[in-house]
Design a protein around this ligand. Structure first.
Ligand SMILES: NC(=O)c1ccc[n+]([C@@H]2O[C@H](COP(=O)([O-])OP(=O)(O)OC[C@H]3O[C@@H](n4cnc5c(N)ncnc54)[C@H](OP(=O)(O)O)[C@@H]3O)[C@@H](O)[C@H]2O)c1
Length: 354
């Protein structure tokens, strides 16, 4: 099961979303006869690939599955439960149930009814951790929100130098981006930094990039957006309010840039985060990485939309001219974990709610 989990983990989330990450290993007489991971949304499931590889040898085998197999047919691929039954497997070892209401134990019941011995709950916690984004999305209809911010020791998020954090921390951010289906920033970050927000492999942009989302209530970046690096390096969505002038929307339409207009602004006249998260959930965004700046981080934290946060603290005092990480009410995180990334400190915080 550990090996099956590693297989599932090896596939970037952006490729499988909004599907979960799944690994399957078929074992017969103590030997692995086939193994597979779900590779991309719309593509064959891990079970189907492994069964095809095994052919007739699958009969009498044990299937190690990181997630309960699917049993519903209203989707792109046929149900895996039927395929496992049809192939004549003798036993299924399943790490955790699929909390999708259309499955949620039905897949296991169908296997048992067909005479297949089922053992479940092996490495359950690890399997649930692997698909925590997916389970959250299935439960709430909204993406799981991960906040990542780098700050100086005086809680500032800008410095006179290009990078605030060190190379190890930058590599860690790349890892987080690989796990994400979308990356969100506020419009001042785009205006000030012109970031690319790309996933890179060996310094080159990866073929598949997450959606980049920018909060820009009035589309005030409309004039410069087509020249900004964000509009060249992958899919882009600008989120605005009805206060955005028609001319700005028209400019974006002509430039081929996708715009989502919220039905109403929030109480401060900004893009309402609840409506935006619903919209991203509808678009199949399962894991959203929020990368700042400070006003954006503050709204996400104050309105309790953050599920998990990573704070990189660099050994630097930026001084009072630099932008603040947070400007809301006091907040104390429970169960924070900290580790060193070279001379930076990395805090990991889980928001225990819901
Ligand atoms: N160290 C780091 O980790 C890090 C990361 C990112 C950025 N930064 C730095 O942060 C600086 C910018 O930060 P910032 O705090 O000034 O601005 P920001 O968070 O990048 O952008 C804030 C703007 O986003 C718009 N917005 C729309 N809807 C919003 C909502 N619901 N909540 C919050 N904002 C919303 C608002 O303008 P409208 O009302 O006009 O839409 C708001 O003024 C940059 O200079 C950048 O270098 C640092």
């Amino acid at each position: 099961m550990q090996k099956a989990l590693e297989l599932a983990q090896s596939v970037a989330h952006v490729r499988t979303a909004p599907n979960p990450r799944v690994g399957c290993i078929l074992v017969k007489r103590g030997r692995v006869i086939a193994q597979a991971a779900h590779q991309r949304f719309g593509g064959p499931h891990a079970e189907a690939i492994a069964l095809e590889k095994a052919g007739n040898k699958a009969e009498g085998a044990t299937a190690y599955l990181t997630l309960e197999p699917c049993c519903h047919s209203d989707k792109k691929t046929p149900p895996c439960v039927q395929a496992l039954i049809g192939a004549g497997i003798a036993r299924a070892v399943i790490a955790c149930k699929d909390k999708n209401p259309r499955v949620n134990g039905r897949g296991i019941r169908m296997l048992r009814k067909a005479g297949i011995a089922v053992t479940q709950g092996i490495l359950r916690a690890k399997a649930q951790e692997l698909n925590r984004f997916f389970f959250h999305w299935v439960r709430t209809g909204r993406p799981f929100v991960t906040l990542k911010m780098a700050a100086s020791l005086d809680g500032r998020i800008t410095s006179a130098h290009r990078w605030l954090s060190n190379q190890q921390a930058l590599r860690f951010v790349q890892q987080l981006r690989k796990e994400s289906d979308a990356i969100l920033v506020g419009k001042d970050t785009v205006r000030n930094d012109d970031p690319r927000l790309t996933v890179r492999n060996n310094k080159k942009p990866a073929a598949l990039q997450p959606l980049r989302v920018v909060l820009d209530s009035r589309l005030s970046l409309a004039d410069r957006m087509p020249r900004m690096r964000l509009s060249r390096n992958g899919p882009l969505l600008l989120a605005c309010t009805p206060a955005a002038p028609m001319t700005n929307r028209e400019k974006m339409r002509k430039a081929g840039i996708d715009v989502w207009t919220a039905p109403d602004a929030d109480a401060r006249g900004h893009v309402p985060l609840d409506g935006l998260l619903d919209e991203l959930g509808r678009r199949g965004i399962v894991n959203l990485l929020v990368e700042g700046g400070g006003k954006t981080a503050t709204t996400f934290l104050e309105q309790e939309f953050v599920d998990e946060a990573w704070f990189v603290m660099a050994p630097l005092l930026s001084g009072p001219q630099a932008a603040l990480l947070y400007s809301g009410k006091e907040k104390r995180f429970k169960h924070a974990q900290v580790r060193a990334l070279g001379d930076d400190a990395l805090f990991h915080v889980r928001m225990l709610r819901g």
